[in-house]
Design a protein around this ligand. Structure first.
Ligand SMILES: Cc1cc2nc3c(=O)[nH]c(=O)nc-3n(C[C@H](O)[C@H](O)[C@H](O)COP(=O)(O)OP(=O)(O)OC[C@H]3O[C@@H](n4cnc5c(N)ncnc54)[C@H](O)[C@@H]3O)c2cc1C
Ligand code: SF4
Ligand code: SF4
Length: 472
């Protein structure tokens, strides 16, 4: 007897560590699963009914973004955006910009240039959508450790209540249920795998296809479990059991975009002093503290299936004080942005696609070179992994392989160390344990650089430099 698709999903994706907790399997019609935060603070689906007992939507394996069935990012994007120009790192792109929203306080209140919320507000104002689905802080009295959730807005004022970047678990099952129950035209924000899942759901579900008119992709390094917010807040003086809210992107006067502030809020209304991320343990993104394991098997940085992708313009000329990189794939979005520029409401400069890709160089390297090595390791261990658009490979220099191994190990270690810290009420033990790993990581980075320099020098004098050996 063949396994029920929901059981297969649970066995292969969830138990395999490939579930990003998007909630779409709980959003298919008559789903037997519900989303819950697991003991490590990651949203995961749990079976609440026997899938074989009732009439469920058996196409769930074509919806979940981490299975081996259904269309991949290339299939989805080509059906949506071809014949726009395409490249392997950016995906399809009609136009690429860097800049910010010049009007109102979109930029001051935004994560980077305030472009995401400007676009959401403009889609509403121009009558292109009726409602916006975006992430916002949970109500202060909400039970449970999830500090962010998807909410629905139908006014520009409502759009302004959306959160800055939420490095925190969110899931979409209730948002999708809302769409099903309320006819209208929607725009939704999401990290790349969430948008891929929405696009796959739209292929199997005509109601979603008809109602979700636009998608705004949030360029993504990786997603964090609740431990990330809790560990930062604890370092700011607010222990996990008192934490009620966090702002990961407080803009600090006189600081550059890289020097983001973090502010934590306690249930009794207290706010911590904002502190610059570089002063807090676990905030350097490549370390991967509290990273969902699914993110180790992701190959889409720039939300290739979204109508538009927004991220931080990490380029020397733009890191000053909040600039977005914007990759536009659909014509109505291009028109909105061009009109906004012409009216002086946006300060956007056209940038070369190479420069747009360069803003995400680290993320792309990890999701190409790093992923190829992780796929190799997974295959060597005889484990299944979701099909990826990257070929498995072991062709990396030793320090680089060590680095990618650490990027898999540190997330696990941070989650385990924090679990222990919570039980023992010992923040300092957690910090001590994790500093050992960050020091090791930094050492391996230095070794890699030294090796790369040595290989280059030897090559210059004609000794031993093997072309094609990649160092970092
Ligand atoms: C988990 C995560 C990882 C990221 N990694 C990178 C990266 O590697 N490189 C990079 O350049 N940028 C990354 N970003 C994006 C960046 O931090 C900003 O979110 C982006 O530049 C948009 O800024 P803005 O000023 O245009 O957005 P704003 O105008 O401030 O609007 C932000 C919008 O994003 C929505 N939002 C916030 N968090 C989430 C979320 N978790 N899921 C769905 N929607 C959300 C909000 O509801 C709001 O509508 C990441 C963001 C997140 C959430
Ligand atoms: S990734 Fe999303 S759809 Fe797939 S199992 Fe996890 S929650 Fe369900
Ligand atoms: S890194 Fe990839 S899998 Fe992880 S949250 Fe971002 S888009 Fe999803």
């Amino acid at each position: 007897m063949s396994t029920h698709p929901f059981q297969e999903l649970m066995n292969a994706v969830v138990d395999g560590g490939y579930c990003i907790g998007c909630g779409l399997c709980a959003a298919v019609e008559r789903s037997p699963v519900r989303m819950r935060l697991d003991e490590d603070g990651a949203y995961q689906p749990a079976l609440v009914a026997d899938p074989a007992a009732g009439p469920t939507d058996t196409r769930v394996l074509e919806v979940c973004p981490f299975t081996g069935q259904g269309p991949d990012e290339d299939d989805l994007a080509s059906s949506l955006f071809a014949p726009a120009p395409h490249r392997g790192d950016l995906g399809y792109h009609l136009t690429t910009y860097a800049g910010y929203a010049a009007e109102g306080d979109f930029r001051a209140q935004g994560s980077s240039g305030g472009m995401a919320k400007w676009l959401l507000a403009e889609l509403l104002e121009q009558g292109l959508v009726d409602r916006v689905l975006q992430v916002r802080e949970t109500e202060p009295d909400a039970a449970g450790p999830a500090l962010f959730e998807y909410g629905v807005d139908d006014t520009v004022e409502g759009v302004h209540t959306g959160s800055r970047a939420a490095y925190h678990p969110v899931e979409m099952s209730q948002a999708i249920e809302f769409v099903r129950a309320h006819p209208g035209r929607y725009v939704i924000t999401g990290v790349p795998c969430f948008i891929k899942g929405i696009r796959r759901l739209a292929v199997t579900d005509p109601v979603i296809a008809e109602r979700v008119r636009f998608t705004v992709g949030i360029i993504c390094g990786h997603l964090k479990t609740t431990g990330y917010a809790e560990s930062l807040a604890w370092q700011l003086g607010i222990p996990p059991q008192e934490l009620a809210g966090i702002d990961f992107r407080t803009k600090l006067p006189g600081r550059t975009a890289r020097e983001k502030g973090v502010t934590a809020y306690a249930a009794d209304g207290r706010a911590s002093e904002p502190r610059v991320v570089q002063d807090l343990v676990g905030t350097k993104y490549p370390y991967g503290f509290f990273k969902y394991s699914a993110c180790n098997f992701c190959d889409d940085v720039l939300a290739e299936t979204a109508d538009v992708a927004v991220g931080d313009a990490w380029l020397p000329e733009y890191v000053g004080s909040g600039n977005s990189v914007v990759v536009v794939r659909s014509e109505p979005i291009r028109v909105l942005l061009e009109d906004g520029r012409a009216a002086g409401r946006l300060h956007l400069e056209h940038i070369d696609p190479d420069r747009a890709a360069a803003t995400q160089a680290g993320g792309l390297r990890d999701r190409r070179q790093g992923l190829s090595y992780r796929l190799h390791l997974t295959r060597r261990a005889g484990r299944w992994h979701p099909p990826k658009r990257v070929t498995p490979s072991n062709e990396l220099a030793l320090p680089t392989r060590l680095l990618y191994r650490l990027r898999m190990e540190i997330p696990r270690r941070s989650i385990a160390a924090f679990r222990r810290a919570r039980v023992e009420q010992d923040l300092h033990g957690y910090l001590r344990r994790m500093r050992r790993w960050t020091r090791l990581y930094d050492l391996v980075v230095r070794l890699g650089r030294l090796r790369a320099r040595t290989v280059a020098v030897l090559a210059r004098v004609g000794i031993g430099g093997r072309p094609g050996v990649r160092g970092r």
